[in-house]
Design a protein around this ligand. Structure first.
Ligand code: HSE
Length: 435
């Protein structure tokens, strides 16, 4: 049988890894796919590959020409970003080619358009590598958990921010220094603010929420908050209270709507997710029938991400001859069955909170703070107050609250921080029990 021909767009970290995996594991891959799979064409702005790896690959300067090659069966898009990736993918689809991509921004922002086009032309667009690198999370949510109502998903799905938080906690290292290391190791995005501001995790969470709840992709409705405000003292306070701070991507279906949010979060130190350190990723899923399942693995890097890309290529190869209507739907639910469930604005989300305020060390300040919280119906679950450093007139007040709606907390915090004896805006982090 004729081998399946891959046209590879991009030979960077993941593109190079994909070529390596396809060549190194060619025999095992052919045994699984039922046919040989070869990279016949590739296009890349820069060439960092050993020439022998490309000996049987036709290199093309123009990626649009690659997409138009009649002998290419599957276009593998690994250039990242939305331009020209969107145009290339839509052109490939219009030419009847299947597409495999690792591009989370492309799927989160343009997935609705891309999947509609794929359905129209009867092709598959596969995107396992777009979320959590080497972890087969798309397949798990879309197929393995298909019997469940998914209630919520909590993920550590940005390796760079997890690496930074872990190094800050364990080694006391400086934020910038750790970020540079993540860039050198190839974990960070081309624009690393996407990692530290939560945008990369929001792209991935948008995809997971669509698969979990059968809703269209709605990246613009995802709330994001970065890790830049976290201080070593917050990491220490969290530990004293029995928690760890993680950059959590969280989506939950409630009666009022769907929560979609990425922000630093205190999670119980004893839960498995709290032990996910360094660049590793993990996704915890609560289904109504299965209970909790946890998938853990490398969320970035050349070979782990290529492992997911190649799994998609094999999957597409296996389904090449099936009727398009009998394939697994792109977003887990049949295209006509997507729900218009509203997404909940952040002000209407209910969570517990960690608060750190800097107060003048004098009588009545704590009473004034707790009075405002009591008037807002906010119950305090735990408190820490240490002695001020010698010579200082200021003292940090640290509290954990019971769950409360965000707008109530915002209103109470505005009153608290306008007290004359509260010295700053304070730090407010959300707390999830994950039970
Ligand atoms: N920049 C991403 C991360 C790479 O740090 O997780 C994988 O998407």
């Amino acid at each position: 049988m004729r081998p399946i021909h891959i046209g590879l767009l991009g030979l960077g970290t993941v593109g190079g890894g994909t070529l390596a995996v396809l060549q190194r594991n060619a025999v095992e891959i052919a045994r699984r796919a039922g046919r040989e799979i070869v990279v016949s064409h590739a296009s890349s702005r820069s060439l960092r590959m050993a020439p022998e790896a490309l000996a049987r690959v036709a290199m093309m300067d123009d990626p649009f020409q690659l997409v138009a090659q009649p002998e290419v069966d599957i276009v593998v898009e690994l250039i990242g970003g939305c331009t020209p990736a969107r145009e290339l993918v839509l052109q490939a689809i219009a030419q009847g080619k299947h597409v495999v991509t690792a591009n989370k921004a492309l799927i989160a922002l343009h997935g609705n358009e891309i999947f509609a086009a794929a359905q129209q032309y009867g092709v598959t667009v596969a995107f396992e590598a777009a979320v959590a690198g080497g972890i087969p999370i798309i397949k798990a949510v879309r197929e393995g958990l298909a019997a469940n109502h998914i209630e919520w998903i909590a993920g550590i799905i940005n390796g760079t921010s997890n690496f930074i938080l872990t190094e800050m906690r364990d080694q006391g290292r400086d934020f910038t220094d750790v970020l540079q290391e993540a860039q050198t190791l190839g974990y960070a995005e081309a624009d690393p603010t996407f990692d530290v501001e939560g945008v990369d995790a929001a792209h991935k969470l948008t995809i997971l929420a669509a698969l979990a709840f059968g809703i269209p992709l709605q990246f613009s409705a995802c709330y994001t908050e970065g890790i830049g405000q976290i201080q070593p003292q917050d990491v220490e306070n969290a530990a004293r209270l029995g928690y760890r701070i993680k950059q959590l991507a969280f989506t939950r279906k409630t009666e009022q709507g769907i929560e979609l949010r990425v922000h630093p979060t205190l999670i119980p130190a004893k839960c498995l997710l709290a032990s996910v350190d360094g660049v590793m990723n993990a996704v915890l899923i609560q289904g109504d029938m299965v209970g909790q399942t946890l998938l853990y693995g490398p969320g970035a890097g050349a070979l782990p991400t290529a492992s997911s890309v190649v799994a998609d290529i094999i999957e597409v190869a296996r389904t090449l001859t099936t009727d398009p209507h009998n394939r697994v739907p792109h977003l887990a639910f049949q295209p006509g069955e997507l729900a218009a469930t509203p997404l909940l604005p952040m002000t209407e989300v209910t969570t517990a909170y960690y608060l750190r305020l800097t107060a003048q060390n004098k009588p009545g300040v704590l009473a004034a703070v707790t009075t405002i919280l009591a008037e807002a119906g906010i119950s305090i679950a735990a408190m820490l107050q240490q002695q001020p450093e010698s010579g200082s007139y200021q003292v940090p007040l640290v509290m954990l609250t019971h769950p409360v709606q965000e707008q109530q907390m915002n209103a109470a915090l505005a009153r608290i921080t306008s007290l004359p004896d509260i010295a700053d805006e304070g730090v407010r982090l959300r707390v999830e029990s994950l039970d």
